[in-house]
Ligand binder design. Structure first.
Ligand SMILES: Cc1cc2nc3c(=O)[nH]c(=O)nc-3n(C[C@H](O)[C@H](O)[C@H](O)COP(=O)(O)O)c2cc1C
Length: 399
């Protein structure tokens, strides 16, 4: 696949230093990056830093003899698959909204006809100024995507809303636009992720090691294909883009309730969460440290996958996960049949493949008629492969 091109515009705000991290995220993920910076932006960060991080010449002066092309504002925008302005000052937002092209960045913005992403950063009084809000509304109406500023310490000493979104959030939202297709448009995909926590008493719980990385990467892959994506997640440190509807739950009972509710009109359900098999008879008060042993009463939880399998509608695709330490394929095939699944993803956890918490994994994809063992790979690549298979199942109907 062709490497995608990311153009980052930097303007004169203190958050300019955070753009360095944004460039690094894209470079680390294999994207090409070029930078345009305003004259005022260069008061905050140097061209040398940006050239070194992006591994490309930096464009800042419309008429400079060192530009690669005499009409650099056209060639650089033809080159870019997305154009991100981070940080975006009140000034650049105003210029763009009103069609002003008086420097390299504002001229390039007007010459660009693909997706523009803006991460505003400014003092809260500037941000809430009616003129700025009017300009933002006008850009929103023309399809510009805004990564909203957050609440926090501002350079002016105030604690308020106006702080640029963190680079990892800008990166995540941009990935959506860079990878967007319409392969699953009109479909609703429901995904469960991470672990559940079963409370023993008001302050303690039992749980497992599932990080949620696989489920979150699956939700991203689903959103990239244009599906309406619902992610029901147990406790997790993972984050997802804003095109995914995220529902946070804690216990297996919460997970059951949300999944059953959302499953009714879903075209595909992927149960990647490690839901507890047993919950605890919870004490209303904190259990005291009395005696050398205590006993917990464990009660079997509801089998969500089994219930989904038994109620499966015609054409609905149901995907389960199996984590095994022995007889992996045999046990996974049994689960596939017993729970009426269309596909099961087998994780075989071992010393060299912990499966939990890591960014990569080695899985086997099993359907009613196929078994495919994949080499170790990144969880986002795994999500892409699983979604190619789900798309194929949709196209030819379930087996
Ligand atoms: C220390 C300092 C920090 C600034 N931070 C911001 C900011 O975060 N957001 C903003 O809109 N303007 C900020 N400004 C004002 C802009 O730099 C000013 O409006 C400038 O004209 C913007 O030019 P540009 O959009 O071409 O980069 C700051 C100014 C100074 C001196």
């Amino acid at each position: 696949m062709k490497t995608k091109n990311v153009l980052i515009g930097i303007t004169g705000g203190i958050a300019a230093y955070k753009s360095c991290q944004l460039i690094r995220y894209f470079k680390k993920s294999g994207y090409n990056v070029k930078v345009i910076i305003t004259k005022n932006g260069l008061q905050f960060i140097t061209e040398t830093t940006l050239r070194t991080l992006s591994e490309n010449a930096v464009y800042s002066d419309t008429f400079s003899n060192s530009n690669e092309w005499s009409t650099e504002h056209i060639s650089i925008t033809d080159w870019a698959d997305v154009f991100i302005i981070a940080p975006a000052t009140a000034n650049i937002i105003g210029k763009y909204a009103n069609g002003i092209a008086d420097d390299a960045l504002s001229t390039s913005l007007l010459a660009y006809n693909k997706q523009v992403i803006i991460a505003p950063a400014m003092n809260d009084k500037m941000y809430n100024n009616p003129a700025v809000q009017r300009n933002i509304s006008s850009l929103l109406a023309q399809g510009v995507f805004f990564v909203e500023p957050g609440y926090g310490d501002l350079a002016c000493g105030y604690k308020a809303a106006g702080r640029m979104a963190e680079p990892d959030e800008i990166f995540r939202e941009s990935l959506y636009f860079l990878n967007k297709t319409e392969k699953l448009e009109g479909r609703k995909i429901l995904i469960s992720a991470a672990r559940t926590a079963e409370f023993i008493d008001p302050v303690r719980y039992i749980s497992n090691c599932s990080s949620g990385k696989t489920g979150f990467r699956l939700a991203e892959a689903s959103s990239f294909r244009g599906a309406e994506t619902v992610l029901v997640s147990g406790p997790s440190d993972e984050k997802c883009n804003n095109f995914i509807k995220r529902i946070d739950v804690v216990s297996s009972e919460d997970m059951y309730r949300e999944i059953i509710r959302e499953s009714k009109d879903s075209d595909c359900i992927i149960m990647s969460a490690a839901v507890a098999d047993y919950t605890v008879r919870k004490s209303d008060r904190k259990i005291k440290k009395n005696g050398d042993e205590i006993k917990l009463d464990l009660i079997k939880t509801k089998d969500i996958l089994k219930e989904l399998g038994s109620k499966k509608k015609k054409g609905q695709i149901l995907v389960g996960f199996a984590l095994e330490t022995e007889k992996g394929v045999t046990n996974a095939k049994k689960k596939l049949a017993e729970k009426n699944l269309d596909m099961i993803i087998l994780n075989e956890t071992s010393k060299d493949n912990p499966a939990f918490g890591t960014d990569s994994n080695r899985i086997t994809i099993i359907t009613k008629s196929t078994i495919e063992k994949l080499p170790p790979m990144d969880k986002s690549e795994i999500a892409e492969i699983i979604f190619e298979k789900i798309t194929a199942l949709f196209n030819r109907g379930t087996e």
